[in-house]
Design a protein around this ligand. Sequence first.
Ligand code: DX5
Ligand code: ZN
Length: 227
Amino acid sequence: MLRIAPSVLSADFGTLSAAVNEVAPEADWLHVDVMDGHFVPNLTIGPPVVQSLRAHSGLFFDCHLMMTNPGDFLESFRRAGADGCTVHVEVGDTAALLVQAKELGLHAGLAINPETPFEAIDPFLDQADLILCMTVHPGFGGQRFMAEVLPKIARTRAELDRRGLGADLEVDGGIDEDTAGAVVRAGARILVAGSAIFSADRPCEAARRLRLAGEKSLPGGQVDEAK
Ligand code: DX5
Ligand code: ZN
């Protein structure tokens, strides 16, 4: 099974709830990019926006915390209505952050930047509910997909399977109809896409096409064109 997670980073923030509801029929999750201006050189949204959006959407809110100090905000995001929060392995204190997220009832995710080696997340595979492999340098939407991350995605998939771990494997950055196949073949099962969906004339249709493109590369390659 493949999940599509549109990233609101590329949506019109002035009409955010309308943008989210437009894409909702083809969205399994909603990806919410939180940038703090320290961990990444950009500043986006925080718990108040998540709380406002919560009143307009029943989607699973997959909050990607590109923050130096995510531990200070996990509880606020949970209270605001986040379903999952993903912290970056590069900020350190990983085991404690994953425990904190789980104790709050969050789906606890661990993200890894393109240049960080697999070995950094290896010790935490059995503690995370989700592994997010970044396929661009985090901070901005609309960047080019980094194919050099594919071996790390494949290795993560292989290790999860070898150890019988059920963590979700998500990819984020430059995912579109052309790149979806490669990440799915490498083992990703959650596709985050910002510009490929929200910059399209018809975002919901773009999300549907992305799903079809990814599903073709699933083992068996079944595609339900009628969906
Ligand atoms: C990048 C964010 C992504 C971003 C992806 O730092 O984490 O979620 O929205 O945007 P696209 O799909 O345009 O690369
Ligand atoms: Zn993201």
